[in-house]
Design a protein around this ligand. Structure first.
Ligand code: TRP
Length: 340
């Protein structure tokens, strides 16, 4: 069976963008059609300035939300990266396969390190080696598919290069994975800056709907979304990014209610609404309804921390058992003396 691995980084609260763009599909499709692992990649949250207490809270929250969104521990493996030593163990070996030049060419490294320097801060070495740890995450499990957003394509290419290089140099050890993009994923943009993605770590929360936002907060954010000049409600991402984003969100919400797996078609909603205000109101209602069951389930899970801990403990055990043989094999293949 196809093995799928993906991760969420606990650097911010999960957003509507994370849900409609990825997590919903993991819950509704991927966990049933494949042997899937979903990981809260907490080690990756330490690559930039971080607050220890916040990382801890966000990690627990992300794991709880993945379960609330419908990941079923009977169907897939949900775990926290730092609970499984194999990631760090394999990462070191891959550092001995990667080279300095290719790491410095990573777009995300260039952007993030430049931003860090502008602020007068120092750049953590782990920011440079981040994609190697990501490679370890994926290769340790012999994953075939890695469902990720566009911004991760370059990293997954690097993972493939490292796997091929290791296999050629030392002998076949790793499955060469590929990035997959959901056929129909909503691409949710920031409500205040509809030209950029609704990311969890933007400075301003006004354009971001978080999965745990109260209904009145959700409504307020959507009613205050920036719109475009003109009055016609048509899907035209280039000329009407604000309205198109609302249509995209509304279509995606309706798709969940009607058919589950498919994302809706925002173009088909062009012309249905006569005013921007009517579109905003419908979108707000739809998002509130979409989030209601997830929030309800999250509340129940928060009341039962022992259950969540148990899921994560069993998840880590399962993950460790899967990763161990591959990582041990890599240690032997690269020339390290096996312990007696
Ligand atoms: N780099 C990914 C991101 O920023 C998170 C991540 C880390 C990941 N390890 C992974 C995603 C392995 C998929 C597979 O979103």
């Amino acid at each position: 069976m196809t093995r799928v691995f993906s991760g969420v980084k606990p650097t911010g609260h999960l957003t509507l963008g994370n849900y409609l763009g990825a997590v919903r599909r993991w819950a509704q499709v991927d966990q049933y059609r494949s042997d899937a692992l979903f990981c809260v990649v907490d080690l990756h949250a330490l690559t930039v300035d971080h607050d220890p207490g916040r990382v801890l809270r966000l990690s627990r929250q992300a794991a709880t939300l993945l379960l609330a969104a419908g990941l079923d521990p009977e169907q897939c493996t949900v775990f926290v990266q730092s609970h499984v030593d194999e990631h760090a163990r394999l990462s070191y070996l891959l550092e001995c396969v990667a080279n300095d030049g290719e790491m410095r060419r990573m777009i995300q490294y260039k952007e993030k390190s430049a931003r860090e320097r502008e602020r007068g801060g120092s750049v953590r070495l782990s920011l440079l080696t981040y994609p190697v740890l990501m490679a370890a995450d994926i290769l340790a499990y012999a994953a075939d598919e890695v469902p990720v957003g566009d911004d991760q394509t370059q990293h997954v290419e690097l993972v493939r290069d490292l796997a091929v290089r290791f296999n050629q140099r030392y002998g076949h050890t790793f499955v060469v994975p590929r990035a997959t993009r959901p056929k129909v994923a909503a691409r949710v943009m920031d409500l205040q800056q509809p030209m950029s993605k609704m990311g969890k770590s933007h400075e301003s929360a006004a354009g971001i709907v978080y999965l745990l936002d109260e209904p009145d907060v959700v409504r307020k954010k959507i009613m205050r979304a920036v719109t475009d000049s003109g009055q016609e409600v048509v899907y035209d991402p280039e000329n009407k990014p604000g309205i198109s984003n609302l249509l995209e969100i509304l279509a995606a919400c309706e798709a969940v209610q009607n058919s589950g797996a498919q994302s809706g078609n925002p173009e088909a909603l062009s012309g249905v609404h006569t005013t921007y205000g009517a579109l905003k109101k419908d979108t707000a209602d739809a998002v509130v309804e979409l989030l209601r069951p997830v929030q309800q389930r999250h509340k129940e899970l928060m009341a039962d921390p022992a259950y969540v801990e148990g899921v994560l403990r069993r998840g880590a055990e399962k993950a460790r058992a899967m990763a161990r043989p591959t990582v041990d094999a890599a240690y032997r293949t690269i020339g390290l003396l096996p312990p007696a």
